[in-house]
Design a binder for this molecule. Structure first.
Ligand SMILES: *[C@@H]1O[C@H](CO)[C@@H](O)[C@H](O)[C@H]1NC(C)=O
Ligand SMILES: *[C@@H]1O[C@H](CO)[C@@H](O)[C@H](O)[C@H]1NC(C)=O
Ligand SMILES: *[C@@H]1O[C@H](CO)[C@@H](O)[C@H](O)[C@H]1NC(C)=O
Ligand SMILES: *[C@@H]1O[C@H](CO)[C@@H](O)[C@H](O)[C@H]1NC(C)=O
Ligand SMILES: *[C@@H]1O[C@H](CO)[C@@H](O)[C@H](O)[C@H]1NC(C)=O
Ligand SMILES: *[C@@H]1O[C@H](CO)[C@@H](O)[C@H](O)[C@H]1NC(C)=O
Ligand SMILES: *[C@@H]1O[C@H](CO)[C@@H](O)[C@H](O)[C@H]1NC(C)=O
Ligand SMILES: *[C@@H]1O[C@H](CO)[C@@H](O)[C@H](O)[C@H]1NC(C)=O
Length: 576
């Protein structure tokens, strides 16, 4: 009887896998075409959008999504850059499109907007008009995940270019854009933000998680190209972010509380999206970074999924351990508060990521935290480590594979016959609702299908991190604290000539050659000065030489430094 049951379940799993295979086969190309159609200037549904600009959806009313969001665009281009850099699509047309995205984002960074200018917080502006001008209407701003996600997408591209010998373009064109975003994260991560759904103004798990990732890979990337002046501030604030990240975990209820404000349960797709977008295949099941197979992320997945079992009538009658349609959060009422394709795909993607890591490490681990998740698939399982040769491992992983496929099958069931993916599908009858052809819906299909396929993407440095024993806030960014910065510059001078420094903050005389600060030549040819500068701040500066009133500026570009949150640093430069 038992053998028969196992066999029958195995057969059902196979039938399910085959139907999901067939959906992946038909929907994959539609999703790819759906993404490309929404990117200007040539996308068939993006006519009028500037080159490289991702339109959120062609829908221009109810809801009007004819804008470009930094978050959506960066996630969408991350998926395209992943396809390019792994060879899934190595066409030159995709390369040109990625290059046009780089240019579009460089332009958008310079656009002053209601959140500020490039140097006063403008990078936190959530969305722009599709011609790259500022959107000036009322909105939930700032949203501080965008710069981090854009940095991650561009760093992925940059790493590929570096490994293909293209250092010059990376250093001269790509790095300044990435650096703007990383410096923004350093300066502003510890201030409140609207969450990724643009509703709650507090701190948000998704935002903290992607900011942490960006600074980790940013530090490694900057080091690789010899741009070391800000690396210590990236590393310092990354440690602070990792510390803060832990605080969202709710140990008594076994889930990650998505936002510190908002007055809701806090059960939210925010947290699953964070896990899949900070997945690092080499980090195993690390729980401090909430890797997809970590006990905390799996426990969270169960609590999140279960929160939708009774709120959508299309989920009624489905077994309590089987896949259901999921949405942003159970209390949602936006556009009817329906299930979303991209959140339902995110559940599948997290599970596929987990299966891939277990297969790679040859075992899976059940802890007291993840026990309720695993007991859905085998009520007798207990905490322990199960090698891939054990029957427990086989039982659990084949059931979890079917569970994961079940979420794709739900989306398949509610995908209309033309394959179009809107934002939502009705909670009562599954028909498409809200914005049509949502670019992010299509991108979420691509990444879920790739995870199902165990496509290997590069990690970002989540391995072996240590959570600081106590969390520090970032007192910079207007907090008034300063750090001592010593500038050393190696400069040959003639008799009567002196070296000065000036730069972008009051303490460096705001680019005034007249009021520039004189360096000491006590260790000639090294000239030195120590200045107290605002903490955690991106600062630009140049050295100048003066001889009898004649001023000579160093050649371009400006030098830059992001000061640490505390302590002191020494900058070692050579006159250019
Ligand atoms: C758009 O199409 C034109 C004409 O074919 C082409 O020259 C251009 O490179 C395309 N732009 C992008 C961003 O692909
Ligand atoms: C480096 O990559 C950029 C962006 O695609 C490209 O414009 C440039 O021609 C490349 N340089 C070399 C030397 O391949
Ligand atoms: C700032 O960081 C501290 C330390 O982690 C944390 O307690 C506080 O909630 C953070 N505030 C915001 C708005 O991020
Ligand atoms: C968001 O919250 C912060 C801190 O409570 C507050 O200073 C800011 O004004 C709020 N922003 C909006 C738009 O409500
Ligand atoms: C399993 O989890 C325990 C408890 O968290 C941990 O000590 C152990 O290293 C984990 N083993 C593996 C293989 O992940
Ligand atoms: C899955 O991987 C195979 C082999 O690498 C590849 O041919 C196929 O296109 C991939 N499918 C998807 C959906 O990524
Ligand atoms: C250096 O900074 C100054 C002042 O902000 C600016 O005018 C100038 O364009 C910058 N130079 C370069 C090469 O970016
Ligand atoms: C500059 O040189 C000093 C002394 O040689 C060293 O301690 C410091 O780490 C250097 N600074 C940077 C940013 O490399």
């Amino acid at each position: 009887m038992y053998r028969f049951l196992v066999c029958a379940l195995g057969l059902l799993g196979t039938v399910l896998a085959q139907s999901v295979d067939s959906y992946v086969g038909s929907e994959g190309p539609i999703a790819k075409a759906g993404v490309l159609a929404n990117i200007g200037p040539n996308g068939s549904k993006a006519s009028g959008a500037a080159a490289g600009v991702v339109v959120a959806s062609p829908s221009k009313s109810d809801p009007d999504y004819w804008y470009t969001w930094t978050r959506d665009s960066s996630l969408v281009f991350k998926s395209l850059i992943d396809q390019y850099t792994t060879g899934i699509d190595s066409t030159s047309s995709l390369r040109s499109l990625i290059d046009s995205f780089v240019i579009a984002e460089a332009n958008i960074q310079q656009v002053s907007n209601p959140s500020g200018t490039l140097t006063t917080g403008g990078l936190g502006e959530p969305k722009f008009n599709v011609d790259e001008t500022a959107f000036t209407g009322a909105w939930g701003r700032p949203q501080r995940d965008g710069p981090a996600l854009r940095a991650t997408a561009l760093i992925t591209y940059g790493n590929w270019l570096l490994s293909n010998g293209n250092t010059t373009w990376v250093t001269s064109t790509l790095w300044p854009i990435i650096q703007n975003d990383l410096n923004y994260v350093v300066q502003y991560w510890n201030q409140t933000t609207f969450d990724l759904w643009e509703e709650v103004n507090s701190s948000s798990f998704f935002t903290t998680a992607v900011q942490h990732r960006a600074l980790r890979e940013g530090a490694a990337f900057a080091t690789k190209i010899g741009q070391t002046s800000s690396v210590s501030s990236y590393t310092t604030q990354a440690a602070n972010l990792l510390c803060f990240l832990q605080s969202y975990w709710n140990p008594t209820s076994g889930y990650i509380t998505a936002n510190t404000g908002g007055g809701r349960s806090g059960k939210d797709a925010n947290t699953l999206l964070a896990s899949i977008h900070t997945y690092d295949p080499s980090a195993g099941c690390d729980a401090t970074t909430f890797q997809p197979c970590s006990d905390k992320a799996l426990s969270n997945l169960k609590v999140y999924v279960d929160s939708f079992r009774s709120v959508y009538s299309i989920n009624s009658g489905i077994a309590s351990n089987a896949a259901v349609a999921t949405g942003r959060y159970p209390e949602d009422s936006y556009q009817g508060g329906n299930p979303w394709y991209l959140t339902t795909f995110a559940v599948a993607e997290q599970l596929y990521d987990a299966l891939n890591v277990w297969a790679a490490q040859g075992s899976l681990n059940v802890t007291s935290i993840s026990l309720p998740f695993f007991q859905q698939f085998s009520s007798s399982v207990t905490a322990g480590t199960y090698a891939s040769s054990s029957t427990t491992y086989t039982t659990l992983t084949s059931a979890i594979k079917s569970f994961a496929d079940g979420f794709v099958a739900i989306n398949a069931q509610y995908t209309p016959s033309n394959g179009g993916l809107a934002e939502q599908f009705s909670r009562s009858n599954g028909s498409p609702v809200s914005a049509v052809d949502l670019t992010w819906s299509y991108a979420s299909a691509l990444t879920a299908f790739e995870a199902r396929n165990n496509t290997q993407f590069a990690g970002w440095g989540a391995v072996g991190l240590t959570v600081p024993t106590s969390c520090s806030s970032n007192s910079g960014g207007g907090g008034g604290s300063t750090v001592a910065v010593t500038f050393n510059v190696n400069a040959q001078t003639v008799w009567g000539e002196n070296i000065y420094i000036t730069g972008s903050v009051d303490a460096l005389s705001n680019w005034s050659p007249d009021n520039a600060l004189l360096l000491s030549s006590a260790n000639y040819p090294t000239w030195s000065i120590t200045v107290n500068l605002p903490a955690s701040t991106a600062i630009q500066y140049k050295y100048i030489r003066k001889n009898n009133g004649a001023v000579t500026w160093e050649s371009d570009p400006n030098n830059s430094i992001t000061t640490p949150a505390s302590g002191s640093v020494t900058e070692n430069d050579t006159w250019r």
